[in-house]
Every structure is written in structure tokens, then in C-alpha cells.
Design a protein around this ligand. Structure first.
Ligand code: HEM
Length: 360
């Protein structure tokens, strides 16, 4: 072998390791255990698209942040526990055929959380039985072996900040909602939609069938355990000024509360980070949704401008689906006011700089 072929092989090996490092177990392990604290993820940004289109807009999953723990963990955990106690039928449904997939999803969740946040979660295994302890809440759950009293998906969403669903294929080769723990839904409940196909779930979404249904079905079919993906979505909602976190997060019927004159503090941009992972053993898909709440007055200027651009670009039937008539005029008015304030501030800064430039 010549020196040139040795260099060639070395270069090729380096490329392969750098390009595919997120799939190598050693690198994955290392990435997961890098940070034992929170991974306060930023909410997905509003892009400011000029023209409305239903898009898949999927990208490769940031694997070390599949699941997240942030400063809102305890407050949201309390809402999740309350929901599972008071509204269990509405927020958690698992069809019998999904049991093995739910168990596999729980195993993946526990493995991820214990490696990524070792200070917060602890896993002990004894034969088929497992125990997971959450150091933040003091809760311990047993699963595997003969422990089939509590649904594994319930344990999983009592640990995560994410809502989790299991998608399986029906006899017509279509993906359907076989199990779901959707605690923070917008305008729907799993009680009414369990067993629905992806197409049926999206029937109310304008242009779904014309613009994206076929691509989504191809995308789900092509997903492999090493090609997990993520995407994002946002909704705008109006809350009452005195509303608590439970009421804002759990919106099974409508996005819009009875508040005809909302202030910027009552208009909430609700962003979802959605993840898609194929389970290696059962072949089912785990669909994760992390919800972020930001009120209009908390949005950075650029995102506010982007939101205004998108609101204006929606055709009427899309605006109607999104409830624009309730919050749209107020949101645009607020954006205009903030833009003018920013422009005035910039003008002041310019004036201050002028004398310095004259002296030079
Ligand atoms: C790549 C896959 C997916 C895409 C591109 C997608 C896209 C969308 C879009 C654009 C909306 C409308 C949001 C809005 O503009 O206000 C929506 C709503 C929704 N999506 Fe998805 N979604 C996907 C996967 C899923 C999955 C796996 C589920 C399973 C639970 C799901 C359940 C829903 C539901 C229940 C709604 C609300 C529909 C309604 O208004 O009643 N989506 N989705």
C-alpha cells in the first residue's frame, strides 16, 4: 500500500466518523452525559414566511435533546399529575395492541433520562423488572415483568415534559394513533380521537390533503431507528387575565377564551417541538410534543415582526381556522407600536452619535 492510499483511507475514515458520529453508541453516550443539569431548549423560532403553505419542514433530531428538562419542570409536573388524576380518560388512551410498543417507549425514555440527567433520574434493573426514581419529585415507578397495572405510557409522561404518542400501522398500511398521552392538546382530546389515522386527525387542517398528506405518509414510512426527526408548529391563543397554568396548558375544546379585548399579556404564542422516533424492537413510532408558552409581550422584536408577516399572509380560510379574528388585530397593533418604539430608540441613538462624527 502506498503512502497516498494510506492518507486516502485515513481521510475517508475521518469523514465517516465526523459525518455519522451521532449514530455511534460511544459518541451518543458521551453526548447524553455531557450535561447533568437542565437543557433549557429555546422555543422553535417563528420564521416569518411570506406565503402560507402546509409544510412538513422536518429536520434531523438533535439526539442529545430528544427529551428536555427545564425550569418549568416542577410547575408543569404538577399540572400533569392533576390531569392524570382528574381527567385520565381524556388525556390517556392506549389500545390493547400498543402495549409492547408503549413498554419499549418507556424503556427508551428511562434510558435517555438516566443518561442525560443522571443527577435527576436513577434506574435499577432486577431481571425483567425495573425501577425508576425521579429525584426532583421523589416518585418511584416499577415496570416490566409482572408490573402491568399502570400503563407504561403513563409512567413515561409522568417523567417527561413531553406528551408522547404511539403510531402503528393498520391493515391498510396507514399510520394511526394506537396510544397517546396528550396532556396539553389544542382543541382535541385523545378520548375522542384514539385509533384515528394521521389523515383523519388532520381533516380540520386547511390544505392538509392537497399539500402534505402524501409526503407525511412517505416520511413516516421511511423513518428508521437511526434517522429520528423533529419539526415545529405554533398556535396563537387568548387567555383570561386570571387564568392559571392548568387552564392554559390543557385546552381540549378551544384555543380562544372569552376575552374579547385581550392585552399583549393575554395573547399566548404556543409553540410545539415535535419529535419522531422509530422504536427498534416493535417498529412503532414515538411522536413527542414539547409545549412552550410565550406571551406576545415576551416575544423578541424580530419574532414579533415575523409573526405579523405570517398573520398577514394567511388567506381568510386559514385565518378562520387559527382564530385570527379574535387576536389578530390586537397582535398587529402591538407589533406596530413596538416597531415604532424601536425606530424612535434607534433615532435617538443616531442623534447621540452625530456630534461625535462632526467633531471627527
Ligand atoms: C410530519 C408530520 C406532521 C405534520 C406535518 C403535521 C402538521 C400539522 C399542522 C400544519 C397542523 C395545523 C396547525 C395549525 O396551523 O394551527 C396540525 C394539527 C394537528 N396535528 Fe399534526 N402534523 C404532523 C404529525 C402529527 C401527528 C403524528 C399527530 C398525532 C397525534 C398529529 C396531530 C395533530 C392534531 C390532533 C392537530 C389538530 C387538528 C385540529 O385542528 O383539530 N400531527 N398538524
Amino acid at each position: 500500500m502506498t503512502i497516498f492510499s494510506c492518507i486516502g483511507i485515513l481521510l475517508l475514515l475521518t469523514f465517516v466518523v465526523v459525518r455519522f458520529r451521532s449514530h455511534l453508541p460511544w459518541f451518543r453516550q458521551k453526548a447524553r452525559s455531557q450535561d447533568a443539569g437542565c437543557n433549557d431548549l429555546k422555543p422553535p423560532p417563528i420564521k416569518g414566511r411570506e406565503r402560507y403553505r402546509v409544510m412538513m419542514d422536518v429536520r434531523r433530531l438533535d439526539a442529545q435533546n430528544w427529551l428536555s428538562i427545564d425550569k418549568n419542570y416542577m410547575a408543569e409536573h404538577q399540572v400533569r399529575s392533576q390531569l392524570l388524576q382528574q381527567e385520565k380518560e381524556k388525556v390517556l388512551q392506549c389500545l390493547p395492541e400498543s402495549y409492547e410498543a408503549c413498554l419499549e417507549a418507556l424503556e427508551e425514555v428511562v434510558e435517555f433520562l438516566c443518561q442525560r440527567f443522571p443527577d435527576r433520574f436513577e434506574h435499577k434493573k432486577c431481571g425483567d423488572e425495573s425501577t425508576v426514581h425521579n429525584r426532583m419529585t421523589g416518585e418511584t415507578f416499577m415496570f416490566g415483568g409482572a408490573n402491568n397495572q399502570v400503563d407504561p405510557l403513563e409512567i413515561a409522561v409522568r417523567l417527561t415534559m413531553e406528551d408522547l404518542s404511539i403510531l402503528m400501522k393498520n391493515a391498510d398500511e396507514e399510520y394511526y394513533l394506537a396510544a397517546s398521552a396528550s396532556l396539553f392538546p389544542v382543541g382535541w382530546t385523545v378520548q375522542e380521537r384514539i385509533g384515528w389515522t394521521i389523515g383523519q386527525l388532520h381533516n380540520p387542517v386547511p390544505l392538509w390533503h392537497q399539500q402534505v398528506a402524501t409526503s407525511v405518509s412517505k416520511f413516516l414510512n421511511r423513518l428508521t431507528p437511526s434517522s429520528s426527526m423533529e419539526r415545529s408548529n405554533y398556535f396563537v391563543e387568548v387567555k383570561r387575565p386570571d387564568e392559571d397554568l392548568f387552564e392554559t396548558l390543557y385546552r381540549p375544546t378551544t384555543l380562544l377564551e372569552d376575552n374579547p379585548d385581550p392585552s399583549p399579556e393575554d395573547i399566548v404564542v404556543r409553540r410545539e417541538r415535535q419529535t419522531f422516533c422509530r422504536l427498534p424492537r416493535t417498529g412503532a413510532i414515538v411522536f413527542g410534543v414539547k409545549t412552550f408558552l410565550t406571551t406576545l409581550d415576551e416575544l423578541p422584536m424580530q419574532e414579533l415582526r415575523n409573526l405579523a408577516k405570517e398573520i398577514k399572509s394567511w388567506p381568510d380560510y386559514v385565518g378562520e381556522y387559527k382564530g385570527r379574528e379574535v387576536w389578530g388585530p390586537k397582535a398587529l397593533e402591538f407589533c406596530e407600536k413596538r416597531s415604532q418604539e424601536e425606530a424612535a430608540k434607534e433615532g435617538e441613538k443616531e442623534k447621540e452619535r452625530e456630534p461625535e462624527m462632526m467633531e471627527v
